[in-house]
Design a protein around this ligand. Structure first.
Ligand SMILES: Cc1cc2nc3c(=O)[nH]c(=O)nc-3n(C[C@H](O)[C@H](O)[C@H](O)COP(=O)(O)O)c2cc1C
Length: 279
């Protein structure tokens, strides 16, 4: 096996905690290796990212697939320093965003589609949940393609769902019209440190053959927690003032604590206020 094939297998086995078959792919091994070991970056060098590079990455991101070629996503590149400061303020609980040389916001956009109906004189007969859902998925696909492209170009990045915590203010700051909504921000720059490989649930739990198999048993989650705690332990226990601390703190406890508090309860109202009918 060529060395990058070995590297891919090692990195994936480390990430998923299970043995993988031999990597037989022959093409694109270097790119695959870098995707296999990727990780988010939240600590950036001060070095700026050139406008041309950001523009090229936007173009690559928007070359990704789009539902029915409807192209229902837009990217807002925050260039103005004051505008960036205001956006950073709106996500101030994510302190690390302050240090990002570049910030972008990926938006779902169902507005253009509705305009096409107006301009071409056809009824828009799909004013239901799917209109919102398709635009959100399209934006997510572009976000993912941007991340992969940015990481291939030697940059580091991290999405920021926190832009949806203050969706109304973010919408006003970015001048978002009806049927355009933020999906996630993205912090971008050159990473200070090599991003680490974050452990994932085993593929035997998340990849299914032929039909869904409900394999998420408490034992498997315990095993995942234990494996993660060895390689990627939590430095702090979430909500410890309210919920106390436990020796058995791991991913499952962290995620259950995270969603024990309401988050973004007003997001549905915001999306409805942007004209979507979510029925
Ligand atoms: C849509 C989306 C939104 C995210 N929002 C945040 C965020 O607001 N703050 C943050 O620190 N990380 C955020 N992340 C990054 C995830 O926490 C990260 O991808 C996850 O912990 C796995 O780590 P990895 O990307 O290094 O593999 C987000 C990721 C995605 C895909």
């Amino acid at each position: 096996m060529p060395s990058s094939a070995n590297q891919i297998r090692d990195d994936l086995e480390r990430r998923f905690g299970e043995e993988l078959p031999e990597i037989t792919a022959k093409e694109g091994l270097e790119q695959l290796a870098s995707i296999a070991r990727r990780g988010s970056c939240r600590r950036f060098k001060t070095q700026p990212v050139s406008t041309e590079l950001v523009h090229m990455l936007c173009a690559i991101a928007l070359a990704s697939p789009s539902k029915s070629d409807l192209q229902q996503r837009d990217i807002i590149v925050i260039n103005d320093a004051d505008q960036k400061m205001r956006l950073v303020e709106l996500v101030s609980e994510q302190v690390w965003v302050r240090g990002a040389p570049a910030v972008l916001v990926f938006c779902g956009n169902n507005r253009r589609q509705r305009q096409l109906h107006e301009w071409r004189g056809h009824t828009f007969a799909n004013d239901h949940l799917d209109a919102f859902f398709n635009a959100a998925v399209d934006a997510g696909i572009a976000l993912s393609a941007f991340v992969t492209a940015a990481e291939a170009a030697g940059l580091g990045c991290c999405p920021i769902s926190a832009v949806r915590n203050r969706a109304t203010e973010v919408g006003a700051l970015l001048n978002l019209p009806n049927h355009v909504f933020p999906v996630a921000g993205l912090a971008l720059g050159y990473c200070k440190d090599e991003p680490s490989i974050s452990m994932r649930l085993p593929l035997s739990m998340t990849v299914h053959e032929d039909r869904y198999h409900d394999r998420s048993s408490p034992d498997m989650i315990d095993a995942y927690d234990a494996r993660r705690n060895v390689l990627q332990p939590y430095s702090q226990q979430r909500l410890s003032e309210k919920l106390g601390t436990t020796d058995r703190y791991g991913w499952s406890e962290d995620k259950a604590r995270q969603y024990s508090l309401p988050e973004r309860q007003d997001f549905g109202d915001f999306i409805r206020s942007k004209g979507f009918n979510l029925k």
